[in-house]
Ligand binder design. Structure first.
Ligand SMILES: Nc1ncnc2c1ncn2[C@@H]1O[C@H](COP(=O)(O)OP(=O)(O)O)[C@@H](O)[C@H]1O
Ligand SMILES: [Mg+2]
Length: 592
């Protein structure tokens, strides 16, 4: 009764409901592999059947040897060996297949979650540390994929094993069954109290291991800063502290499971010795043969082992549900809208010759952290124009480019891509800014955003089938060819992680070349020439301007040299975009 109340309370708290939802989430992946899981289950079941037959045959063998029975010793012996060989073959096949199936399931889930992460809303996703994402994507998915392969089939296999052994015991001598069954309530009772601790222990061990991975990832990728500020001993101490925390959590968890296992072992020892005693008594009083006794002993081992296995499903199911919870946290984040891809492509195709521009209308945006960046921002940019967004650091230039790229969505107001020099108000054909409209953009982000790989790899990331000539042309336009040309391997030279191996100005020029290679109708440059000298900067911008392609260019900048060539300059500040007149621009230039 109190047990019943306990479950009702759990249901009310929603804990059990949560667990069920988490297992249901796993099931949607599992059901796609039902066929493989069924094969794996069948193989497991056949091993059980073989082991049951083998306990029958070994009974006969013992009985023949002890003279209790007459029979063909050689044939029985040969059968015995045949069965042993057969079961070993099946178990090898089973382990080969289980590896194969588990890899398949693992890859499948990882690929799906990878895709989910890619289309997840950027701001929601950046609430998670990239190291945390990595641990969830690799560790938690592996827990789930091995769980899918093991939990369901093994549950079926152990239940089958338990009942088939039980039926055989009942058939030959029901009194032995008492020993097997008596251990069940005891085992369940003793395990019950440790389950909650196991649940908590597993969750905190996952959290601590994530903390350690994110720490390592940051240390290794910022090793230069760690060295430069002479933080070696600090970081070395920090790692040890994290390791200590992890060890504490793991050992606490280990103690819980050790106590649990120890109690279970004692219970099963008492049970099996009693069964042994009972067997000896029965043989001694002539009720059963030696052979039957060996059979019973092996069956009772099977029985208590399957009970232990079934009980151990509870903690492993808890682990599964915990990992599912961590993954659901990511997978259920809001997604971007890619539904307009075809319409946008069609819209651009219709307006290829005149180009497309941008109209931003009364945009308001506040980051989830509460920083309000825009209240009522509006501006226009048309093909063949360079538009500048200027303003002090931290006023929202990069944020505006994120709005244009739909990496963030305005809370109020909207952005449009319009045909030619038109605006939405003038009735020009237009499409909304969405994730789908990114195909019309090329972007030179602030900072070094080159990937590891060759220069050519980086360029082909944005245009898969670009020829060497096209790549070299783009590099020339971005004034990058003069230094790339001198590299021993030219465009096939390696770039290290995060653009390593190149100066900041060089990386910027590579990044500009990458954007130009894409030949998009809209080009966004986020302080993209900040690390270039004046002469190179002017040359790059002149090259972009000289291109006859109908391109709308938006730059964020401080540099007066850039402002001179801009069609319009908007000042970003006070949560607005304000159009500056010539006098204001001149004052701005003088102010440098
Ligand atoms: N990912 C973010 N989450 C929360 N706040 C942000 C984020 N990025 C920028 N901000 C805040 O938004 C404001 C504008 O930043 P940003 O657009 O990067 O400025 P700018 O490019 O003009 O230097 C700043 O106050 C900054 O702190
Ligand atoms: Mg910025």
């Amino acid at each position: 009764m109190s047990q019943l109340m306990h479950y009702i309370k759990q249901l009310k708290n929603g804990r059990l409901q949560d667990k069920l939802a988490q297992l249901g989430w796993i099931y949607q992946y599992a059901k796609q592999h039902i066929f493989h899981i069924a094969i794996y289950t069948l193989l497991g079941l056949s091993t059980t059947v073989i082991s049951l037959i083998s306990s029958l045959v070994s009974r006969d063998l013992v009985d023949i040897i002890t003279g209790h029975n007459t029979g063909e010793l050689l044939i029985t012996f040969a059968t015995m060996i045949g069965i042993a060989l057969g079961s070993s073959v099946i178990s090898q096949i089973s382990s080969y297949l289980s590896n194969k199936i588990s890899l398949k399931i693992d890859n499948h889930i990882k690929a799906q979650i990878f895709d989910d992460i890619l289309i997840t809303d950027w701001e929601s996703l950046t609430r998670y540390h990239s190291g945390d994402l990595l641990v969830r994507w690799s560790g938690d998915v592996s827990t789930i994929s091995s769980g899918i392969l093991n939990t369901l089939p093994n549950l079926i296999i152990y239940i089958f094993r338990f009942f088939s052994a039980l039926i055989m015991v009942l058939y030959y001598d029901a009194s032995f069954a008492v020993f097997a069954l008596i251990s069940i309530p005891i085992s369940i009772y003793t395990s019950r109290t440790t389950m909650k601790k196991i649940q908590q222990g597993n969750m905190s061990s996952l959290t601590t291991s994530t903390r350690m991975s994110t720490f390592n990832q940051e240390t290794f990728s910022n090793i230069q800063t760690v060295k430069a500020f002479d933080m070696l001993s600090l970081y070395s101490r920090r790692l040890r502290m994290l390791q200590q925390q992890y060890t504490d959590v793991r050992m606490k968890y280990q103690r819980t499971t050790i106590i649990n296992t120890f109690i279970l072992t004692i219970v099963s020892m008492i049970v099996s010795y009693s069964a042994y005693g009972w067997g000896i008594y029965k043989v001694w009083s002539g009720q059963i043969s030696y052979g039957t006794m060996t059979m019973f002993l092996s069956l009772s081992t099977t029985l208590s082992a399957s009970v232990d296995n079934l009980i151990s499903f509870v903690p492993s199911t808890i682990h599964l549900a915990n990992s599912a919870k961590r993954l659901m946290g990511i997978v259920n984040l809001p997604k971007e809208d890619y539904s307009q891809k075809k319409q946008v492509a069609q819209f651009f195709d219709d307006n290829k010759d005149i180009g497309v521009g941008l109209s931003i209308r009364n945009v308001a945006y506040t980051y989830a952290t509460g920083t309000e960046v825009f209240e009522q921002a509006s501006f226009d940019a048309h093909p063949h124009e360079v538009i500048a967004l200027v303003g002090p650091s931290g006023e929202g230039k990069t944020t505006m480019l994120r709005v244009l790229l739909s990496i963030i969505r305005p809370k109020e107001g909207a952005g449009y891509i319009c045909a030619g020099n038109g605006t939405p108000e003038s009735g020009a054909p237009h499409v909304d800014l969405t994730a789908s409209s990114r195909q019309l953009f090329a972007y030179v982000p602030q900072g070094n955003t080159m990937f590891s790989g060759t220069i050519a790899d980086n360029m082909r990331n944005v245009k898969e089938n670009a020829t060497d000539e096209e790549i070299i042309d783009a590099l020339k336009m971005a004034c990058a060819w003069d230094f790339v040309e001198k590299l021993p391997e030219g465009i096939y030279s390696e770039i290290k992680e995060r653009g390593g191996g190149f100066s900041e100005g060089q990386a910027q020029r590579l990044s500009i070349a990458r954007a130009l290679l894409r030949r998009s109708p809209i080009l966004l440059l986020d302080e993209a020439t900040s690390a270039l000298d004046m002469v190179t900067e002017r040359k790059v911008l002149q090259n972009i301007m000289a291109d006859k392609y109908p391109r709308t260019t938006i730059v964020t900048t401080h540099r007066p040299s850039v402002l001179n060539i801009c069609k319009r300059v908007y000042s970003i500040g006070g949560k607005q975009c304000v159009l500056l007149n010539e006098q204001e621009i001149n004052e701005l230039i003088k102010g440098y």
